[in-house]
Ligand binder design. Sequence first.
Ligand SMILES: Cc1cc2nc3c(=O)[nH]c(=O)nc-3n(C[C@H](O)[C@H](O)[C@H](O)COP(=O)(O)OP(=O)(O)OC[C@H]3O[C@@H](n4cnc5c(N)ncnc54)[C@H](O)[C@@H]3O)c2cc1C
Length: 421
Amino acid sequence: MAGEKTVLVVGGGISGITAALEAAEAGCKAVLVEKEPYLGGRVARMNKYFPKLCPPTCGLEINFRRLRRNPDITVHTLATVETITGSPGSYTATIKMLPRYVEDRAATSKCVDDCPVEIPNDFNYGMDKVQAVRLPYAMAYPMHLVADGDALKKAQGSPEFNAFVESCASKGIQINLDAKPETFQVTAASVVWATGWRPYDATKLDKLGFGKYPNVITNVMMERLASANGPTKGAILRPSDGRKVNNLAFVQCAGSRDENHLPYCSSICCLASLKQATYLRDYNPDAQAHIFYIDLRAHGRFEFFYDRVRNDEKILLTKGKIVHITEDPVTKDVILEGEDILSGSKIRRTFDMAVLATGMQPNTSLEKVPAPGVSYDEFGFVVSDEGIHATGVTKRPMDVGTCLQDATGAALKALQDTVGR
Ligand SMILES: Cc1cc2nc3c(=O)[nH]c(=O)nc-3n(C[C@H](O)[C@H](O)[C@H](O)COP(=O)(O)OP(=O)(O)OC[C@H]3O[C@@H](n4cnc5c(N)ncnc54)[C@H](O)[C@@H]3O)c2cc1C
């Protein structure tokens, strides 16, 4: 499959999509490999983008349109790369593709509301449940159903399951639990690695109460909570009792710039919390948001966004390090303790809910590129630039605008491999 004028792009987030599009629009063929059943990466799970506060689906949709009309890009979802051999100009990758277990022959993708099996909703970071046969999300690309084969196999043979399979068949949807993973090879002149990031595991921050107290959540969960297609349809409600949040705390550098966790700054968390404070204020104009930070970092033109948000008198900023979060066992309110850095006094404040601003950890810190010759820094970001080209958050923490520029640069490097340097 494919060949010498082909660029293989691994990771279908905003960086990988951009690299594949730019390479293909410059005359190459691109093969885009994504492990989830949909493209878009972490951005697809966001409510709005800073600084413009527009919905990410707008930006993604423009790119999905470019993908749809470009016959030179092949997209493989539910796919990962097992090995890569070769060198610039001539690589061979072995790709493993997991089954979707469901085929929608009549393109009636939305008609699966009667699936009797529910699973935790990974798209919403486990905050609700979803049917085991589903569209990954309303604007998913590709717009194909996917099924959790393991969950369905447990229900196989029950009358409810049989009735569901029959109802699917009547709508042109075939469930096939015997489907098996497939392995195939792609040859390419160049490889771009864009597998991005995962949120730092907040359960490791044992003093901050995540996983212990329901009203301590993380910043990626806050994106879903505020989203119209999230677990509460955009209502910012406390997980413990579904009450409207009136008084919300943001804990900056939760695990970041901390040598026991992520020693580096993820560069976007301050902006993300400023943005999320506006979600609360838009949803509930009486509510107050309080951001506790060590340093507020809003580089370059993001300074204007910071200025705009801090003009809101109900968004409070305290230079203070929060070291401990506990819970009032009766009200389930969260109690934050720490130090006010400017006055030197102790902080002890009670809030309805707290958001931990956790940083971005590169996926390559845990899953290396399956090819020789790739080198990493001490945090797992890819640093080598010869041979396989890394882009986006695989290289360092970046906002979306910077990813677009970086991925365009990676596409140029990849094109150079296709013509020989
Ligand atoms: C809380 C929060 C809010 C943010 N808000 C904003 C904002 O408002 N504005 C802004 O500009 N930036 C924002 N960011 C930053 C933004 O999320 C990143 O810039 C962006 O996600 C980086 O895109 P990426 O494609 O490099 O990585 P990702 O989005 O992580 O995409 C990587 C893709 O690779 C796939 N993948 C992973 N491993 C494999 C594998 N082994 N094989 C195949 N595929 C794989 C993943 O499934 C994913 O689709 C925010 C970040 C956080 C933490």
